[in-house]
Design a protein around this ligand. Structure first.
Ligand SMILES: [Zn+2]
Ligand SMILES: [Zn+2]
Length: 166
């Protein structure tokens, strides 16, 4: 079909369209959402719970970090370009919630592409068949792509299955 691929390559475009549609049909959308939620409450709850349990290890530090990081004062300049306006906190590692750098909104957006930052963020993919270098703002990033992550994960899973059978 290619529907999924289309959605992936046109993600931004589709999001803008959806937002525009929503703005033009706010009342209808809200009513629909309410109706949908009512009819599918148990399904939604189940999905949210499943998501939470599956990702709780990553979610917990992130949630805590988001709360605590607001207490860290900003510096008066962007640490990358020296701009003094639209300053934001950038959080390179959610496991170290209080380690933040001050960057301007512009730098924050292109952070992963700035060579100086890129060098700091350089990592090697942990997939033994890949071992490619990549950059990530997450210090706990271990794989260059979802594909690599999935490969290692599915390998581990099949090893586990073999072990339980033996
Ligand atoms: Zn900046
Ligand atoms: Zn890889």
């Amino acid at each position: 079909m290619g529907g999924k691929k289309y959605r992936e390559t046109h993600r931004e475009e589709l999001r803008i369209k959806a937002r525009q549609y929503y703005r033009e049909h706010v009342e209808q959308c809200k009513a629909y959402q309410k109706d949908y939620n009512k009819k599918n409450q148990s399904k939604i709850n189940k999905r949210a719970l499943e998501y939470y349990y599956k990702h709780r290890e990553e979610l917990r530090p992130k949630k805590n970090a988001q709360k605590r990081v607001r207490r860290v004062p900003l510096k008066e300049k962007c640490e990358l370009c020296g701009a003094t306006e639209k300053l934001e906190r950038h959080h390179p590692d959610y496991n170290k919630p209080l380690e933040v750098i001050t960057v301007c909104a512009t730098c924050n957006k292109k952070l992963p592409y700035i060579p100086k930052v890129k060098a700091k963020l350089k990592k090697v993919c942990e997939n033994p068949d890949c071992r490619r270098e990549f950059a990530s703002i997450r210090s706990d990033a271990r794989f260059c792509s979802r594909k690599c992550e999935w490969k290692v994960w599915s390998k581990k899973r099949s090893e586990r299955q073999i072990r339980t059978i033996q």
